[in-house]
Design a protein. Structure first.
Length: 276
């Protein structure tokens, strides 16, 4: 049976412990921890990590996924911010290696927090995308091999405007070398790209390692509360049931950072009714 999670990226105006408390009190099964500022930019101090582990255990809250899509914390002393860079496809080897190292640290954290997966993205799509695609593949092989040894899944999230932009781009990354590379399905991104969500679910099947759920309207890239847009979540859940998906549906609703408590409550009511 599918489980419900909620991402901490809606809690950027709250502490991580406040997020854990709220997500648990409302009734969610799990929490997605965003491995970035303000809650968990790596490396974490040992005392802080121990407190996180103890708090999760006390609340009996699973970690649904570690979200390593952005590294805003890298820009703390810099002015020009691009949240997806430095990326695994960056042509600057020093920056690319920094992101590889950061991703490995995320994998280590996943092991510490019993998270089954981490999700990652590529960098931006630039003029020389072929070269960057090769660099991304090499980086991906490195982190996938590292994760395989620790039994952690790598869920790739595609997004409009990125080098890995659509479902075909992700599919083409799969190889026989690493079985732990799969998809982080994001319902909003699929809709923005005019892709058929149910077809993608059927195609990727067991390669769907984790799911971000949010609504979308007029194909605009804005993660709406489920039920406020145009997506047919009954069909989506039905398709997931047909492939026996028993992972997390994690609500990713970062636009609602001003009132996350209200958002958690509304999302839980909608999603709980959806999967029951």
């Amino acid at each position: 049976m599918m489980k419900l999670g909620f991402s901490t990226n809606a809690f950027t105006n709250r502490t991580l412990f406040s997020a854990i408390n709220t997500i648990n009190e409302i009734g969610f099964d799990g929490i997605e921890l965003v491995v970035d500022t303000p809650h968990a930019f790596l490396p974490l101090k040992q005392e802080y990590l121990v407190n996180i582990k103890n708090h999760l255990k006390q609340k009996n809250l699973q970690v649904s996924n570690l979200n390593a899509n952005t590294v805003l914390g890298w820009y703390q002393t810099k002015t020009n911010i691009e949240k997806f860079e430095p990326s695994l496809s960056n042509k600057n080897s020093a920056l690319r290696n920094w992101r590889i190292s950061y991703t490995k640290k995320t994998i280590d954290l996943a092991l510490e927090l019993n998270s089954p997966s981490i999700c990652i993205t590529s960098g931006l799509k630039n003029n020389n995308s072929n070269e960057e695609l090769l660099l991304f593949k090499k980086s991906l092989d490195i982190v996938a091999e590292y994760a395989e040894k620790k039994n952690i899944l790598i869920a790739i999230e595609y997004e409009p405007g990125l080098l890995i932009e659509n479902s075909i781009d992700v599919w083409n990354l799969f190889s026989n070398d690493f079985k732990n590379i799969g998809l982080n399905l994001d319902t909003c991104h699929v809709s923005v790209l005019h892709e058929n969500i149910c077809d993608i679910i059927n195609k990727f099947n067991k390669k769907i390692f984790h799911t971000h759920i949010s609504d979308c309207k007029n194909n605009i890239h804005y993660h709406l509360l489920p039920g406020l847009g145009e997506l047919n979540f009954e069909d989506i859940v039905s398709s997931l049931n047909k492939i026996n998906y028993n992972g997390f549906l994690t609500a990713e609703l970062y636009p609602y950072y001003e009132k996350p408590e209200d958002t958690v409550s509304k999302a839980f009511i909608y999603l709980k009714n959806l999967i029951n």
